[in-house]
Write a protein that binds this ligand. Structure first.
Ligand code: DX5
Ligand code: ZN
Length: 212
């Protein structure tokens, strides 16, 4: 699988050093929170621009924000390679997916634990990625919600049957045990926050997650 470290859990006073500590990761996961869609705020597109200057990794940008159609361009201009917004945050996901793709950027959609995966059905042929939240969005260090496995299995089965192209990504409560469970369910990308950032051998852990 691809390991996409979420540096939500890192020390923002030494951002450049923190990014170097995950230099082995092919993707970096940016957890953008606006304090409206989720009760927490993290950082905005200016942080992406700063990191883009010191990293050529794939920028996996997770917008946990209201009205993503108003702000997605800021993140594309800051260097995002993938923009994932929340199904629950917009009335017209189809238009936003197309707008992101028209800019040559990959388009992803995310659903919260309480949202039924069936709502994504009409969007599956359009999507480059689906992000399954395996914790309630808003903070790191929470426990993995087991029902997420059923959503991954459903999406993996759907894409096999219909030859859809999307990647499946999971975010929240990932450690080596849950990484194995999601991989066996058909998952492609794991977002890992506290499990990696609470330790010093971060690049080793990234490689281990890639080989789960
Ligand atoms: C939730 C965040 C977290 C973060 C990962 O809003 O999106 O899921 O990426 O945090 P851990 O890996 O610590 O659960
Ligand atoms: Zn995330």
């Amino acid at each position: 699988m691809i390991c996409s470290p979420s540096f939500l859990s890192c020390d923002f006073n030494k951002l450049e050093l923190e990014i170097q500590s995950i230099s082995e990761a092919k993707w970096i996961h940016f957890d953008v929170m606006d304090g409206k869609f989720v009760p927490n705020t993290t950082y905005n597109h200016h942080v992406l621009s700063r990191i883009k200057k010191i990293s050529n990794q794939f920028f996996d940008c997770h917008l946990m924000i209201s009205n993503p159609e108003k702000f997605y361009m800021d993140y594309i201009n800051a260097g995002a390679d993938l923009i994932t917004f929340h199904f629950e945050a917009t009335k017209d996901p189809k238009t936003l997916i197309q707008a992101i793709k028209d800019k040559g950027v990959l388009a992803g959609i995310s659903i919260k634990p309480g949202t039924d995966v069936l709502v994504l059905e009409p969007l599956l042929p359009l999507l480059d990625l689906i992000l399954i939240m395996s914790v309630e969005p808003g903070k790191g260090g929470q426990k993995f919600i087991m029902n997420s496995l059923n959503k991954i299995k459903y999406l993996d089965d759907k894409r096999n049957k219909n030859n859809y192209k999307y990647l499946i990504e999971v975010d929240g409560g990932i450690n080596f045990e849950t990484a194995k469970l999601v991989k066996d369910s058909g998952n492609d990308v794991v977002v890992v926050g506290s499990f990696i950032f609470n330790k010093n051998n971060r690049n080793e852990l990234v490689k281990e997650f890639e080989n789960v």
